[in-house]
Design a binder for this molecule. Structure first.
Ligand code: 5GP
Ligand code: ZN
Length: 113
């Protein structure tokens, strides 16, 4: 499978790793849209939020637990943060491996789109 994020997780393409465990990988976004812009993704390939079902929903719960307990824990997150996933064509998903953007470090737009 020719997946950019699978190659990054495998170490074939470099990234700035912020956190990883057996099932979750977190890196800095290469083109940050806020002072802090992280990407949190399952190590297993899931194409998008539209592919979440009973067989893989546990990883999504683990991702949100990891964000709350391991990633968004420093003082730079104390005033809040945003978690976003883009899905499909209209959602402007550009990398077809499920990932959650974690944005922080300033007051973000009050508009979702
Ligand atoms: P999407 O548009 O699919 O929601 O988000 C994809 C994100 O991946 C974008 O924010 C983009 O900047 C980021 N991105 C694309 N290529 C790379 C890369 O090679 N390394 C890293 N760290 N981020 C990437
Ligand atoms: Zn992948």
């Amino acid at each position: 499978m020719d997946c950019l994020f699978c190659k990054i997780i495998a170490g074939e393409i470099p990234s700035t790793v912020v956190y990883e465990d057996d099932t979750v990988f977190c890196m800095k976004d290469i083109n940050p849209q806020a002072p802090i812009h992280l990407l949190v993704l399952p190590k297993a390939h899931i194409a998008s939020a539209a592919e979440i079902g009973p067989e893989n929903a546990g990883i999504v719960a683990h991702i949100f637990e990891t964000i709350a307990t391991r990633i968004a824990v420093g003082p730079e997150f104390a005033d809040g943060f945003r978690v976003v996933t883009n899905c499909g064509e209209n959602g402007c998903q550009s990398v077809k491996h499920l990932h959650f953007h974690v944005l922080a470090g300033e007051k973000l737009s009050d508009r979702m789109a």
